[in-house]
Write a protein that binds this ligand. Sequence first.
Ligand code: ADP
Ligand code: MG
Length: 379
Amino acid sequence: MSNPAQRATKLFVQTFGTATDELYQAPGRINIIGEHSDYNEGLVLPVAINFHTVIAVKHRDDFMFRAVSDVFPGQIEQWEFGQEGDIIDDGHWHHYLKGITAAMAQSGLSAKGLDLAIVGNVPLGAGLSSSAALEIAFGTAISYADQLHLSPLAIAQIAQRAESQLMRQECGIMDQMISALAEPDHALLIDCLALDSEPIKIPDSLSLIVIDPQLNRKQFTQQFFDRKQECKQITELLGLDSLRDLTHLQLQRAKQILSTTQYHRALHVMTETQRTASAARALNEDNIVRFSELMRHSHHSLRENFDVVDPLVDTLVSSINELIGDNGGVRMSDGCIIVLVNHSLTDKVINLVETQYHQQTGKDAIIHLCSASKGASRI
Ligand code: ADP
Ligand code: MG
């Protein structure tokens, strides 16, 4: 099959009967470590992966936008810049696009219209952030096409505002920032409070494997929502701006006013940010033994303190841990399993997952062998 850029060009011509002016792309992502950290304004360490959303565009002289996606063939969506109306999430895919133009209009920006044909290979709703890839590819297209000269961070902030405030979905800034700012072969250590970031080289010795066990995504979405609410309550109880500010001493003192569950939730958030900083350092220093340990601790904390690990995923993570030992790290992330492992063990990990998961569940896990890609760009 032709690549997404060729398919986007073809879809554009088929839909609008004319040639496209240019193409833009933005990647999906996984998060190495820093789970449930972004909305608590902590540290995260995501990687953009080699799955992309590509948009073929043609400039218009008016303020109308027309969009088609190969995921929803035949639907041409149309709206005008600044006239988006109600864009609360109701399952309509083009609301992710309308959210971007609405957020731009709210920021006082003005942009001429575009015709858009969207094609991608980021699996939708599979924990790889197809929504951010779509938003960031579109935001980048508008910024270039209208010569708005927005920085990648500004585009990420617009996209996050579109998704969280206008569509009223639960999301932090991580997905948008990594899709906009990523550098090839690097993860990005993001400080979700300061909104600054530092590229962290992924050691050449490591393969990046993403395993999608194809579990019920609704369960993860609900858990995400529940934990976010719980963290908000704890933050208010403790009189903090965010759990990012919590210290060991404060947490010990707060034991009297927090329930046991609340204590464990706060403990995860506080220690996860420390682990994320340490994991970035370990990767920088090529210290895979330390990295491996931190990934194990993160997974353990997600299970014991945050109670978000599915038992099937947990069994698989344990088996992978036994196989790879200190030669890499594995943990659950956003319903998927992330493995960073020495190349020599890649085939063994894949074989283990294929056989064990099928035996246990009768289902096949989807396995992606990924590479760390660059962020959004004009192609
Ligand atoms: P995730 O971001 O983890 O993939 P979300 O539920 O946040 O899952 O976002 C998925 C939604 O984003 C889809 O249901 C669809 O509305 C929209 N979307 C993402 N990519 C595309 C695309 N290529 N074409 C149309 N809609 C898309
Ligand atoms: Mg999403």
